[in-house]
Design a protein around this ligand. Sequence first.
Ligand code: UFG
Length: 324
Amino acid sequence: MHVLICGGAGYVGSHMAKWMASRGFTVSVLDNLSTGHRAAVQWSDLLEVNLLDKHALDQVFSAGPIDAVMHFCARSLVGESVVEPYQYYENNVVGTLNLLQAMRKHGVDRLVFSSTAAVYGHPEMDHIDEEHRKAPINPYGMSKLMVEHMLADAAAAYGLRSVSLRYFNAAGASEDAEIGEAHEPETHLIPNVLKSVLGQGAALKIFGDDYPTPDGTCVRDYVHVDDLAQAHELALRYMDTHEGAHAFNLGSGEGYSVREVMSVAERVTGRSVPYEVAPRRAGDPAVLVASSSRARRELGWQPKYNELGAIIESAWRWHVNRKF
Ligand code: UFG
């Protein structure tokens, strides 16, 4: 089975490509390298294509045959999306529409879509399930929700089968430390904690310690990137027997505060985390924790990393010897 991984040079996409290649799938990576890394593409060819280039996209599918698409291409910085919303709607919505149209033209009818917890907005329950109100509070979340709506319409009109996977906080790196998280600039907590430990750049900034949580810092649900990959493979298989457009949360169901993440990182690395307390970051809800029982029940998802220490250990191995 030949799977096209759009955004396969990025963080989650590159782990996906590695995962699928190791399971015997034929993989091609499409990426415009705007935020991805050539060095992260090690298990397939790299098609350097922008989803906004319809002609190039058509050529990719003409060269086919492609059986299914996994789609990770996106701008994904919440703060940036508020300042540059058109970039988010163009890349994430128009780019995906172009991809869907190319798929339709070439008879490719299966898509696994990388969605986000940001489609929910402010949480109204302790463990957010898929029925929670969808009220994104920034253009990034809105762009992903708009795509989910397009997928529902495409299922009804054209019979497209799709699964949207709404990640909570993707974290960790591949066990062999061949690939890992490498954003520029880095905005995510765990890499910033580890960079602070390594003395790379300034001390970690804790964005707010006056939230209504046990220690005053924000609580998030961290899920290992290879557990995300496992869920995508299961989603692909799910579409063999399920028509329509489906959505599943992917998270561990366990919340950890920023200070708890720091203390686990101190245990794993054996070093202290230099930090300072800074003002709250705009748009951060106090607590975001998933209910992923639907993914466990319907996809048969069984995350392997059930402990934050193991997630941070894998990230640490990557960060001490980063290859890109
Ligand atoms: N944080 C810090 N210091 C840092 C980085 C983060 O204190 O240097 C805090 C944040 O304020 C937040 C928590 O650590 O409370 C986690 O922040 P991340 O940036 O790692 O992750 P987010 O929860 O903000 O983002 C995740 C996904 C996004 C998604 C968002 C939905 O990465 O794609 O959840 O709210 F949009």
